[in-house]
Design a binder for this molecule. Sequence first.
Ligand SMILES: *[C@@H]1O[C@H](CO)[C@@H](O)[C@H](O)[C@H]1NC(C)=O
Ligand SMILES: *[C@@H]1O[C@H](CO)[C@@H](O)[C@H](O)[C@H]1NC(C)=O
Ligand SMILES: *[C@@H]1O[C@H](CO)[C@@H](O)[C@H](O)[C@H]1NC(C)=O
Ligand SMILES: *[C@@H]1O[C@H](CO)[C@@H](O)[C@H](O)[C@H]1NC(C)=O
Ligand SMILES: *[C@@H]1O[C@H](CO)[C@@H](O)[C@H](O)[C@H]1NC(C)=O
Length: 452
Amino acid sequence: MLSLSHLLLFFLISLYSLSAYSTTLSLSPTAAPPPLANPWQRLAHLATASSTRAHHLKTNLSATTKVPLFPRGYGGYSISLSFGTPPQTSSFVMDSGSSLLWFPCTRRYSCNSCNFADIDPTNITTFIPKSSSSAKIVGCRNPQCKWIFPNVRCRECGKNQTRCNQSCPPYMIQYGSGSTTGLLLSDSLVFPDKMVDNFVVGCSIFSNRQPGGIAGFGRGPESLPAQMKLKKFSYCLVSHRFDGEPVTSDLVLDTDGAAAARGRGIKYTPFRKNPTSVNAAFHDYYYFTLRKITVGGIKVKAPYKFLVPNSDGKGGTIVDSGTTFTYMEKEVFELVAEEFEKQIGKNYGRAAAVEKESGLRPCYNISGENAVDLPKLTFHFKGGAKMALPLADYFSFLDESVICMTIVSSSGTEDGFGPGPAIILGNYQQQNFYIEYDLENERFGFRSQVCK
Ligand SMILES: *[C@@H]1O[C@H](CO)[C@@H](O)[C@H](O)[C@H]1NC(C)=O
Ligand SMILES: *[C@@H]1O[C@H](CO)[C@@H](O)[C@H](O)[C@H]1NC(C)=O
Ligand SMILES: *[C@@H]1O[C@H](CO)[C@@H](O)[C@H](O)[C@H]1NC(C)=O
Ligand SMILES: *[C@@H]1O[C@H](CO)[C@@H](O)[C@H](O)[C@H]1NC(C)=O
Ligand SMILES: *[C@@H]1O[C@H](CO)[C@@H](O)[C@H](O)[C@H]1NC(C)=O
């Protein structure tokens, strides 16, 4: 999720948790636990069983882990991850636009404005640190604290060391449409076939507009790919028409680059860094170089300043799984919208009422048409890789007779060219593509593929 409030329109995803996946309590590799009267004894038993299994898992690490990715009605894709001893399962929005992982945490967790369509805000699954024997609060002196607070200053320990236990300061993360705050924990991240110890995860006790967790897959040291030392990760996003249905695709996490080679036909473009020192958040984003945008083969004359980030951190293009509809800075958006209008406006009537209501545009009334013919939208990247979007990725039916372009822009000022990326490739425009973040080779790969 981008931390730029001006970017966030009501389309952009609101985050919440998938509570359908209940806590996994037993990792017991052998017999069922003996019936114990005391719940603490039972917990201790589970913990022992879990660490036995953990030892087993750690001696046989597989290079590739697959995690099911669910299309969600709020516009994102979620994964379930388990933390702790014994493991507790939480749902996270898979977000390549931020880096920290956090979950709703403790029984006191509270969330403001968290009424979303298909979730009960009074029944959010929370992680309970006290129920995990491996959960620790990250201390101020722990180098992991510096991931989030590079300039943290800790108190002197004092002669008898009593003041050494100061915790890392509370974090507060501002997303485009909300925020979360809590304390950093370290605990084990547990997969069916492997385990990562001392994984830093945010224990959020208060959030605004996101009652579920977020799994940051960005470029920061605290992100899941960084903490797991992934060489690459990839996904193929099933269509949003399956939102809320138990239709999934795999999120693939690879720790071995060679084993991760994934077939032919993948086109690559190098990642690039945002040169700015103004805002560290921009270093978390996956920038790449968009050379041009074409609509029906006609080049849209987007000024260079939008395509490449400058030293103030303005401009450039990023890919973000946590943004729903691709965002374009107003000037670029208008050029794209105008080119569509120029090419198809004579064939179909504009549906102005729907535009007003939905905030999307242009929208066309196609009632009575048997087939709709629309120009191809193609992104051309550095190195020659071309991403020709399937029609469903950039024009969507709002009802049976109206289609709207599913790209959004800032609604604000005309010259509102703020800091941060000018173009954000959202997940809607990644549907039915195999997408690869090749971290080892610093490049973004994609291939047209039906994900479901
Ligand atoms: C709360 O969520 C759990 C887990 O998803 C579910 O089993 C339970 O029925 C829910 N309770 C209510 C009151 O909705
Ligand atoms: C290690 O994992 C692989 C793949 O899951 C499995 O085939 C193999 O039997 C495992 N080896 C041990 C010693 O558990
Ligand atoms: C540690 O030192 C402080 C004063 O610096 C003192 O009040 C406290 O009792 C000491 N604690 C221990 C465990 O020695
Ligand atoms: C500091 O932490 C250690 C280990 O976590 C613990 O044994 C010790 O009692 C703590 N000291 C204080 C003053 O809280
Ligand atoms: C679309 O056009 C048809 C006929 O041309 C009209 O009946 C219908 O109301 C229009 N729909 C919208 C949403 O404008």
